[in-house]
Design a protein around this ligand. Structure first.
Ligand code: GUN
Length: 298
């Protein structure tokens, strides 16, 4: 069994971005600039956004953190996004999800200019991704692809079972791994809360992506010998032995599953770190205007 080490791979990605950013600056070009909006004070969201901002600094990007109170109305958030859309210095806009109930996430995602959509959640980005056109790819699925690529894991003709169908992870990774590309060319099964015989389906998998948000859900009896297991779960679980008062748990029962796998991602230290590295890649590409929405590829 080999660990897919998010620390090593994300650092390699970040080192490469840092060098390219330095080169941009030395050439007198613009410094990549990510603007992150955090609404309210959800503990997990606070941690993620702080980490995104810190990582921007590490690679030499500019970052802006816009904090808005939990009770803001939709119009205020709309105005903030319009301002960032029109700010030529801002390359990437990220609105941390989930948003409070009074705000429509779909409306907000739609409003972000597709050229600045570094989360890859805009319908334009998703549409292009489905069609296999160059675009921003949502950070967590993108991070998983970078991880598989780094370890040169064979994906062609493999049966991949994705557990979870969220717009952020499950659905996009299922599309990406079925593309005629590397990593890709998998036969993909997407499972969700209405799937019958989940255990039997998982037992057929060469690759399992667990992205449902239930700690320890994937147990050893659901995993075939030598499977590749990618754990996307990052649930906070109360733990009084920790200074923070909680521990981060993945969707995989790592202790019992690991010994059956050929490769497995740990939590923490796996996919979570890759998500941030992928976001930085998207922000760099936004600055370079790699996928301008007004210029459709042939
Ligand atoms: N909430 C959970 N994951 C994500 C993500 O990748 N991007 C944003 N904006 N919010 C999230």
């Amino acid at each position: 069994m080999q660990i897919l080490d998010g620390k090593i791979v994300s650092q390699a990605v970040k080192d490469a971005i840092k060098i390219k950013t330095e080169a941009l600056k030395n050439a007198g070009k613009k410094t990549p600039h990510l603007a992150a909006i955090l609404v309210g004070s959800n503990g997990a969201s606070e941690t993620y956004v702080a980490s995104k901002v810190k990582n921007c600094e590490e690679v030499g990007f500019k970052s802006s953190l816009i904090r808005l109170p939990e009770n803001i109305d939709e119009a205020t958030l709309v105005a903030e996004i319009e301002q960032l859309n029109n700010d030529a210095d801002v390359d990437g806009i990220l609105v941390q999800l989930p948003l409070p109930k009074q705000i429509s996430e779909a409306k907000i995602i739609n409003l972000i200019h597709p050229d600045k959509d570094v989360d890859g959640f805009h319908p334009m980005s998703i549409g292009k991704m489905v069609l296999g056109l160059p675009t921003f790819i949502p950070a967590t699925p993108y991070g998983i692809l970078l991880m598989l690529e780094h370890y040169k894991i064979e994906t062609k003709s493999k049966h991949t079972v994705v557990i979870g169908r969220s717009n952020i992870v499950g659905r996009p990774i299922s599309i990406l791994l079925s593309r005629n590309a590397y990593p890709g060319n998998c036969t993909v099964t997407v499972c969700h809360s209405h799937t019958h015989n989940l255990k039997e389906i998982c037992l057929q998998a060469d690759i399992i992506v667990a992205a449902l948000g239930i700690p320890g859900f994937l147990t050893a009896d659901m995993v075939k010998e030598n499977a590749v297991v990618v754990d996307v779960g990052i649930t906070r679980v109360k733990d009084d032995t920790k200074k923070s008062g909680f521990a981060i748990k993945g969707d995989v029962d790592f202790t019992n599953v690991a010994s059956k796998c050929s490769y497995i991602t740990p939590v923490p230290g796996g996919v979570g770190l890759m998500t941030i590295a992928a976001l930085l890649m998207n922000t760099f590409n936004a600055c370079e205007q790699k996928f301008p929405s007004h210029k459709m590829e042939k």
